[in-house]
Design a protein around this ligand. Sequence first.
Ligand code: MD3
Ligand code: FE
Length: 208
Amino acid sequence: TEVAPGAVHVPDWLTPAEQRHLVAECRRWATGPVPMRAAQLPTGHRMSVQTVCLGWHWKPYSYSRTAEDAGGGRVAPVPEWLVALGRRAVSEAYGQPADGYTPDAALINFYDDTAKMGMHQDKEERSDAAVVSLSIGDTCTFRFGNTTTRTKPYTDVELLSGDLFVFGGESRFAYHGVPKVFPGTSDPDCGLTTGRLNITLRVTGLED
Ligand code: MD3
Ligand code: FE
């Protein structure tokens, strides 16, 4: 379903086995050289979402190879199988080959029952390549806005475990957020018993 130009929602895209595999890998990444943490914003507030990154570390609002705000360790690479999954995601969402799509960063967000993400744009990347989003666990309301204001007009979409969303073209720099997660809505088959995981794949356009 095309929600807006370049914004394609593919419900139920990941199989339960793929979801369980991703959950298991996320657990390893979250306890790896750069532990999952709630990032601290320049305002001093902590985000309610917890994040761990692959490829490039996202520290509000810049990317680096080391995590100075989370122990200083070097970020683990994006595994080739995850790059391949991203290519298949873009190709199936847009219905055309995506052989040239090579995401070099993955952000893994964990939402507990009360976590949310305010409306924002993702502008740290120096590339307009599409962003791939994979949802696992509890259902959430995803708010997809416009490119000029943080407020209306926007479209609310429910994202369920296994859903794929690809944001390219005109939608790449739209405001978006997660105003609510619905506790207890996850199917245990997905490998998560509580909370919501979101994995985004991005092309940063950065070089060392
Ligand atoms: C639209 N994550 O990590 S995924 C983020 O569910 C983020 O954790 C949300 O927003 C989450 O920055 C939403 C969907 C998403 C991700 C990146 C986008 C939508 C996007 C970048 C551009 C446009
Ligand atoms: Fe975002």
